[in-house]
Design a protein around this ligand. Structure first.
Ligand SMILES: NC(=O)c1ccc[n+]([C@@H]2O[C@H](COP(=O)([O-])OP(=O)(O)OC[C@H]3O[C@@H](n4cnc5c(N)ncnc54)[C@H](O)[C@@H]3O)[C@@H](O)[C@H]2O)c1
Length: 292
C-alpha cells in the first residue's frame, strides 16, 4: 500500500490521545476518520475534547475559521463498534489504555474486520509491537505510530518496527507522519519506551527519587533541571501535566514483564501517591510529603 491509498482512517479509543490523533488526521490529513470508544458518552467526550481544543488553539487565534473547524469535525464519525468503524479502513490507529492483553484482543478483532491491505498501528508508548502483531495474521502490516502529547504541537512521531513489519509499512507510516506535519524517527520495538520516553524516563525517575529523599521540593528540582540543561519544562511539571500515574499503576504487571522487576516496578512514591488518590507529584508533595 502507498500513502496515497489511505482514504478512510480509524482510531480506537477516544481518550486524550485518540481524540487528538483523530483531530490531526482530519485537520492535517484531510482524511475521513472513525473514532471508537466503548460507549456513547465516551465518544461524545472525545468530540467535546476535539471541539474545545480546536476552539482554544485555532479558532480563537484566527488560525481556523468556524467554517473550517466545522469541516474538520464533520469528517470525524463516532462509533462504539470496532467492526463497523474499521470496515473498509485503510489505516487503523489503536489508542486504548496501555495494557497488552487489551491491545492484543483489539488487534485480533481488527484483523478480522479491517480489509487485508489495511495497516494496523498502535500509539503505545512502551509496549512491544511484535507481540501485538502476533495476535494478527498480518504482522507485516502492524507498526507503532507513536505520537507525543499534545499532538497538535509536538513534532516527533516514533515509527516503531516490529520483528516482521515490512519496509513498505514503515514507509507509509513515515509518509503519514510527514503529511500530518510531523518528523518521523524509525526505531525497533526492542527498546521499552522506544527512544524518547526511555531516555526521558531515566531523568524523571531520578527527579522522583530526589523528591522521595526530600533532597529538595519538586519546584527546586525542576528549576535546577530547567536552568541547568535549558529544558523548556521541568520533568516533574511535565509528568504532572501529562498525568496518567493511575494508568501506569494499572499496567505495572506489563512493565515488570517487559523490563524485569528492578526497572518495571513502580516507584514507592508513585504507588503511595496513587493509593492516596493523588494524580500530581506537586500536590502530593505539598499535602503529604513536605510535612514532618
Ligand atoms: N497520554 C499521553 O501523554 C500519551 C502519549 C503518547 C502515547 N500514549 C499512549 O496512547 C494510548 C492511550 O493513552 P491515553 O492517554 O489516550 O489514555 P486514555 O485513558 O485517555 O484513553 C483511552 C481510551 O480508550 C478507551 N478504551 C478502552 N478500551 C476500549 C475498547 N475495547 N474499545 C475502544 N476504546 C476503548 C477508554 O474508554 C478511553 O477513553 C496508550 O497506549 C498510551 O500509552 C499516551
Amino acid at each position: 500500500m502507498k500513502i496515497q491509498d489511505i482514504k478512510k482512517t480509524t482510531v480506537i479509543g477516544a481518550g486524550a490521545m485518540g481524540a487528538q490523533i483523530a483531530e490531526v488526521l482530519s485537520r492535517m490529513g484531510g482524511y475521513e476518520v472513525w473514532m471508537v470508544d466503548i460507549n456513547d458518552e465516551l465518544v461524545r467526550k472525545g468530540f467535546q475534547y476535539i471541539e474545545d481544543r480546536l476552539d482554544r488553539f485555532f479558532v480563537s487565534k484566527g488560525k481556523l475559521t468556524p467554517e473550517e473547524k466545522k469541516n474538520i469535525v464533520n469528517r470525524i464519525k463516532g462509533s462504539t463498534s470496532i467492526e463497523e468503524a474499521s470496515k473498509g479502513a485503510d489505516l487503523v490507529i489503536e489508542a486504548v489504555i496501555e495494557k497488552m492483553s487489551l491491545k492484543k484482543e483489539i488487534f485480533k478483532r481488527l484483523d478480522g474486520s479491517a480489509p487485508s491491505h489495511a495497516i494496523l498501528a498502535s500509539n503505545t508508548s512502551y509496549l512491544n509491537i511484535s507481540e501485538m502483531a502476533s495476535a494478527t495474521k498480518r504482522p507485516e502490516e502492524v507498526v507503532g505510530i507513536h505520537f507525543f502529547n499534545p499532538v497538535a504541537v509536538m513534532r516527533l512521531v516514533e515509527v516503531v518496527r516490529g520483528a516482521r513489519t515490512s519496509d513498505e509499512t514503515i514507509e507509509v507510516a513515515c509518509g503519514l507522519a510527514k503529511r500530518l506535519g510531523k518528523e518521523p524517527v524509525v526505531c525497533k520495538d526492542t527498546s521499552y519506551g522506544f527512544l524518547a520516553n526511555r531516555a526521558y524516563r531515566a531523568l524523571t525517575d531520578e527527579a522522583i527519587q530526589m523528591v522521595w529523599e526530600r533532597v529538595a521540593s519538586p519546584e527546586e528540582i525542576d528549576k535546577a533541571l530547567k536552568l541547568g540543561y535549558n529544558l523548556p519544562m521541568g520533568p516533574l511539571e511535565l509528568v504532572d501535566m501529562v498525568g496518567g500515574w493511575a494508568i501506569r499503576a494499572s499496567s505495572e504487571e506489563d512493565a515488570i514483564r517487559e523490563q524485569g522487576p528492578e526497572k518495571g516496578r513502580l516507584h514507592p512514591l508513585v504507588r503511595a501517591m496513587v493509593r492516596a488518590g493523588y494524580a500530581k507529584i506537586y500536590h502530593y508533595w505539598k499535602d503529604v510529603l513536605s510535612k514532618p
